[in-house]
Write a protein that binds this ligand. Structure first.
Ligand SMILES: *Cc1c(COP(=O)(O)O)cnc(C)c1O
Length: 467
């Protein structure tokens, strides 16, 4: 017999129940645990083993998970994790991952409920962003992929079928984004075969937004030089400081110049969930495409990003390729076109729609909106604490949920060491960035478990250490 299923299911059942109990305990006791801890050299070394030829019983493997794996993960579930921009996940999504694993649905296509759920989630995303009801979309691993796929859609619009056959073929396509653009947009142009140099990084104004006047100048110059501007990526929530480009004005410029208007709203686009924050996103609903993540501010477990595309025909033409083995059928399991495999680069795909669908249903947009608003309230609290405590100095305006501050009288290296100490001791995980040449402690408030007391504790800890 070669089946991988057990002869006796009762042992698996018992261990599975134990795993579930342990993971619920894990979630319920996060605060008592270190935020993060470094792996010992022995553990690191233990993951350089040769491939095993014979099997190991699951009980032993689970014991190894408990001692060697679970304690050393990123720590982004923890309320005192505020590094980079990481989502905290949620228990409903955790359980949905278990259910999705049990279903093992291939959501590349075919006519089954996994595809219906993905379409439902895409329709909700379009509704949340204020996009038209017919908006097309696809779930992807994250915003890096979504931004890449958006570049390909824009290239499709610019070059049409000829672009598919012959590539760029001499056309000098150029793209525009702010100097604060996420690095994945630069990679997207590289991966699309257009070269990193095809991205014009427009300087920032003093609020870290794309300087729109300079965008107009760059466009005029490139047109004069015989180049073809084809893509503007505005940022809604920049990764370093949380700044929003002037989406409405950039939408006007894109329309006047017949250029694809894309928004990288990886986390920031979800500000639109909150009536109080929605003004930041004015113009978002005019985008030709939006890239955003469910795994950041929407707290769905990793990984799940989303691309929305206003024009379904362009979206489909970008990725669809007729083949015999994937032919459409009017009925049966091969029905139900269009399939997600015609809307992105992946053929076989997991069932991430389930955890998104369950998360949105469990908490509602109101619940998620409160999480988003609370993150921004915490950022304001942290901002006032920084302003009130002298050696600390704010390095960028706090617009949304990201606070960047420095310490007067401390070198860049001192600050890097301080942050690494906090991380290694498992107390807090902020990250760092560089703002106008100065090293900043960067706190991105994303986690739904973080409270005002955590902000106070962070500042108290830092003040003690620099005293
Ligand atoms: C996180 C982020 C990305 C990349 O998204 P992934 O989901 O990590 O691939 C792109 N842009 C911005 C603004 C981000 O914050």
């Amino acid at each position: 017999m070669s089946t991988l299923d057990p002869q006796d299911w009762s042992q698996l059942r018992a261990l599975g129940h134990k795993m579930l109990d342990d993971m619920v305990d894990h979630l319920a006791t996060l605060r008592q645990q270190p935020v993060w801890q470094p792996m010992s050299p022995a553990i690191r070394q233990s993951f350089s083993a040769p491939v095993p030829e014979t099997g190991t019983d699951l009980e032993t493997l689970y014991a190894r998970f408990t001692t060697d794996i679970q304690p050393y993960v990123t720590g982004n579930l923890h309320p005192r994790f505020m590094g980079w921009v990481h989502g905290g996940g949620n228990p409903v999504s955790m359980l949905a991952e278990l259910l999705a694993g049990a279903m093992n649905a291939n959501c590349g296509g075919r006519d089954h409920v996994g595809i219906a759920l993905e379409r439902q989630v895409i329709a909700w995303a379009a509704e949340i962003m204020g996009m038209p009801a017919h908006t097309s979309g696809v779930l992807l691993t994250g915003s890096s992929m979504a931004n890449f796929c958006a570049v390909l859609c824009a290239r499709q619009k610019a070059l049409g079928e000829a672009g598919h056959e012959n590539g760029v073929n001499g056309t000098k396509l150029v793209a525009y984004a702010s100097a604060g653009v996420h690095r994945c947009v630069t990679s997207a142009l590289d991966m699309a075969g257009l070269g990193r140099a095809s991205l014009r990084k427009i300087p920032l104004d003093d609020e870290f937004r794309m300087d729109v006047k300079k965008l107009r100048e760059a466009l005029a110059q490139d047109k004069k030089a015989g180049l073809t501007p084809f893509f503007i990526a505005a940022t809604a929530g920049s990764v370093d400081v949380g700044a929003f480009d002037h989406l409405d004005e950039i939408a006007d410029i894109a329309a006047q110049n017949h250029i694809w208007f894309h928004v990288d709203g990886a986390f920031g686009a979800l500000a639109t969930l909150s009536p109080a924050l929605r003004p930041f996103t004015t113009g978002l609903n005019r985008a030709d495409s939006i890239a955003f993540d469910f795994h950041k501010w929407a707290q769905v477990t990793y990984s799940c990003g989303c691309l929305l595309v206003r024009d379904p025909a362009i979206h489909n033409a970008t990725f669809a390729q007729p083949t015999n083995y994937l032919a459409a059928a009017p009925r049966g399991l091969a029905g139900g076109f269009p399939w997600p495999c015609d809307l992105g680069p992946d053929l076989s795909r997991g069932f991430s729609a389930l955890k998104i669908w369950m998360t949105i249903c469990a908490y509602g947009t109101h619940g998620l909106s409160k999480v988003v608003e609370n993150s921004c309230t915490l950022a304001k609290t942290l901002e006032s604490l920084v302003r009130a405590n002298k050696p600390l100095v704010l390095l960028a305006p706090v617009k949304l949920n990201i606070v960047c501050f420095g310490i007067e009288g401390k070198s860049n290296q001192n600050i890097l060491d301080l942050v690494a100490d906090l991380q290694e001791e498992g107390l807090f995980v902020p990250s760092t960035t560089v703002i106008n040449g100065r090293t900043a402690i960067r706190c991105a408030l994303v986690n739904h478990r973080t409270t005002e007391a955590d902000m106070k504790a962070l500042i108290a800890e830092i003040l003690t250490r620099i005293a």
